[in-house]
Every structure is written in structure tokens, then in C-alpha cells.
Write a protein that binds this ligand. Sequence first.
Ligand code: GLU
Length: 448
Amino acid sequence: MSISQAIEKIEARYAHQPEFIQAVKEVAITIQPLYDAHPEYSALKVFERLVEPDRVFGFRVNWEDDKGDVQVNRGWRVQFCNALGPYKGGLRFHPTVNQSVLKFLGFEQIFKNALTGLPIGGGKGGSDFDPKGKTDSEIRRFCYAFMRELHHYVSKDMDVPAGDIGVGGREVSYMFAMYKNLTRESTGVITGKGVGFGGSLMRTEATGYGAVYFLENMLLAQNDTLKGKKVLISGAGNVSLHAAEKVNALGGMAITVSDSQGTLYDEKGLNQEKIDWLKKQKQQNKPLADYVDVHGGEWLAKQKPWQFKADIAIPCATQNEVNEADAKLFVENGVKYVVEGANMPLTAEAIDHIRLHRVHYAPGKAANAGGVAVSALEMSQNSVRQYQTFEQVDERLKGIMKDIHDSAANASEQYGQTDNGYVDYMAGANMVGFKRVADALVAFGILN
Ligand code: GLU
């Protein structure tokens, strides 16, 4: 069966899952040269097998709010593919979560995890629970209730969740506590744990730092550096603020961050002091807009950060946050590099537009793989019960991001996708990730 036939099939079967189809097509359009070079892939229907998750668990989560009212949410865990290792991927708590979103994230996670070169398969999970405006005790009760169900489906060598949007250190701690309570096992069943009880140093920083390490490698390939470059960043969560921190540390200038309420613009750049202030503000759930009273700059209510002139953009908020009109702004404003800190932040039309204009583009599955890579390092530290220093983990992360960059660039070159110095990282990353998984599936025959 050809790739296009497999696509037609899933478009018919999952017409109601647009994000999932978008993610599948993005991979499909770039891997044809690899597929042509490996007839065993079509003989064993590797693509058709990979677009169907191994299994999807759906469950109800009952919990009690502070008024004593019973609340009912939906929860899911998508175990997509464990060809390379235990299912691995985060949990997202957000009202937009549904099966389409989790399947797109799980599908991307297969190839992202393969790109890290570490032994982890792909999975994702979460709930339509909205953490916004909830008290700490409500979050705690929800996390306990969620893990009371989820624990049936996860374990340290089989499926290892972590955080994602709406799930950070606090939520991971509550869920880990419930897992331990139910199983009486103290294992690394979830990553992103506190450093005092099994977490890895640098896990919090890893996604944002990793994205900027990837960017450094892209710049290096063009004989350039971050020094003095203006960077637009969206989002104000973990990924975004740590990306801004690393940009600043490496001599660049992050000039925006944003949230669902609007964009903060500071033409003087976000230095460490301002970033520390932002971290604290976000931790306390206080508005980003307050920044202007303390540090100056401008608050643009209900606006995105893409209207400003800059050299680089790092979208770190959520899927499809950058549409074609935004992509046109990138080109008009002189943006030369777009690095996805979030998962699938660019729509298909936005990707087409920037690639057409030869804007260097790093897809999320390559550029934001640093988070899950350090999660995998947390898993190995848990298994051997020995812990590494911040510097050791940071060195590993730098090495992993460089390897992802170089292998994607080499594949782009090898399959004729590099043209006059323009590296097609999207094609390269998809082919490298896909090949690693496909070769394992071929080795296994038709099981898996
Ligand atoms: N949610 C993150 C991602 O999208 C991290 C997953 C993990 O650490 O397992 O890759």
C-alpha cells in the first residue's frame, strides 16, 4: 500500500480528527524518497501500521470541587508505538484536549523520541480538565483521581508519562504520590519529578534550552551565531521562559513573550532579572501585563507577538498558533529562522509559506525533543538509582540536540532535499525519525 493510499484511508476513517490528520500528512509528504529507497516498508505496510495507535484508553475521572460538587472529566492515554522502548510522552490538562489532539501529539512523539537516539517509544495522554482558576486542593483532588484510573495502564518499563501543557512539577508530584500509594512501588513511572524524590536536574529547563541549542546548530550551519539577534517568543510557560533564558545567556535578545491574554513586548530585551520576575509572576498566576509597570515595555492585549521585526521566532505556546497570515509577517519582518518550541505550532499553510521563502525551519519534533530526552535520562537515573549533576545532564542535552540537528541535516542532504545551503530540516527530521522506527518494525516482522 502506498503512502497516499494510507492517507486516504485515515482521512476517511478519522475525518473528525483534524489535528491528527494534519500531523500524519506532515510526515507523509516528506518521507516518500526514503520509502522509495526501502521497498520493505511498503511490503510490510509500515506507514499504514504506524498511523494506527497500538491502543487508546479512555476513562472517566470523577472528582470533588471545593464546594463539594462532583465534577466529571474525560481522561485518555494513547499508547502509540513501543518499537524503540516503553511508551513515553506527556500528559496534557487543557479544555481543548480530545482524542484528535492526543493522537496528533502521540504520533509526533514517536518520531521525536526516535530522534533523541534514546530507547523510548511514543505515547501521550491527558484530560479535558481545565486547571485555570482551580485551587490547589482542586488540582490535587483531580490529579489523584486521574492517576487512580491511569495507574492501570502505566508502569516504569511499559509506559512512562510526564508533563505537558497544564501539567508541571506540582501535578506530577500529586500523580506520582497516588501511583506510589496504589502500587507501593517507588519507581520512575512518571518523569519531571522533584529533584529530591527521583527527578533529574535540568528537566524543567530542558525543552526551552534544547530548542535554543538546536537553533545554535542551525545558525552554525549558516556560519552565524545568536549574538545580537532579536528573537520573538510566544507563550509564557516552562518552554517559553527557558528558551528566553538561554537566548539571553547566549547573547541574543528575546523581545516578546505572550499568553492567552496578549503579548508583552520589550524592545530592550528580556534579561535574566526580567525572566526571573516573569517566572515568579506566572507561578503565582498573576497577569503578564503587570510587567509594564515594573520593567517598562508594552502590553498588547489579545495580540500575537509576530508583528515585530526580528531575526528569529520561537513559537512555544500551542498547536496551530501560527497561521498563514502570521507566516507572512515573519517573511515581511525579516525573520530568517523559525524554531518550534511547541508541538505543531505552525499550520500546514504557514509551513508552506516560510519554506517557500527559504526561512530556515526546525519542526517541533526535532527542536523541542530536549524535554523528552532529559525525561529519558531521568528514567535511566531512576533505574540505576544514581543521579547526575546539572552540568552532566546539560552536556548530554547539548550532545543530543547536536546529533538531532546533524542527522536531520545529513538526511536532508542524502535524499536531495538540501538546495543551495537551504537545509530541509522538516524532511530530514521526519526521515531520520521514521527510519529508526520503521527499521525496528521491519526487524520485528508483523508483530508491533
Ligand atoms: N510533553 C513533552 C513533549 O511534548 C515531554 C514529554 C516527556 O517528557 O515525556 O515532548
